[in-house]
Ligand binder design. Sequence first.
Ligand SMILES: [Zn+2]
Ligand SMILES: [Zn+2]
Length: 260
Amino acid sequence: MPHRISFWTKLHNVFQKLWFFFLETLFPWFCLGCHKEVTNFPICSDCLSKIPIAYNFICPICGKNVLLSKTIINSKLTIEKVSNCSHHLSLTALGAATDYSNELVRELIFAFKYNKIVALKTPLSQLIISFLERTNWSTLLDLNWLVIPIPLHRRKYQLRGFNQSELLAQVVAQYFSLEISNKPLVRIKNNQAQASLKDKHSRLENAKGIFTISKPQIVHNRNILLIDDVITTGATMLEAAKILKGNKARQIIGLVLAKG
Ligand SMILES: [Zn+2]
Ligand SMILES: [Zn+2]
């Protein structure tokens, strides 16, 4: 989240942007899939369209398909989950646009997060938008939705210079004309990388208490679309959903680029 960022971090980020602009001007991009020369970002539209996109929302615990339908209760949109699993969680359903086992998806996410090619937010968000468009999402849309990106810890944000989930969330929110806010959810624990923890129990333990809520009134009675880049066990997202639900959010739907 864009908390207080030091002058030197800001200056560093400005120079980094100028440096990337200089590199992009001098050297063309090559598609990470087919290696053809491309403009704007390192993926061509052909390779992007070949990335397999999921058809259904799923249960974040057992992975079974979940159907979402809406009813209006007291003039408020209420999302109903139809599934043959028995999990009733704060996170009603999870939408994972594609899969982390796909090599091109992995390379794109790495280039986005670690090589800091932020322009990749456009094609990567397109994968999430394509996923939403093939589900019954458009029938569920109304102004009650609030998009919230999973925040980074302040220190990690300063190191990276951006929050990848926030960039994706901005494009998705803009596309569907939804309100977005990075205010309610604050990451207070810079927890050990989830990927380095082997078993599910350690990951769930590791995620406990990593968020706190600020300005809880923003989430009161709102349906929340919680956006992250990658999900592994879902521990982080479940923890975020739990705290939002505890602060009177209505339905919480998770949305990620890829599941690991
Ligand atoms: Zn290509
Ligand atoms: Zn389930």
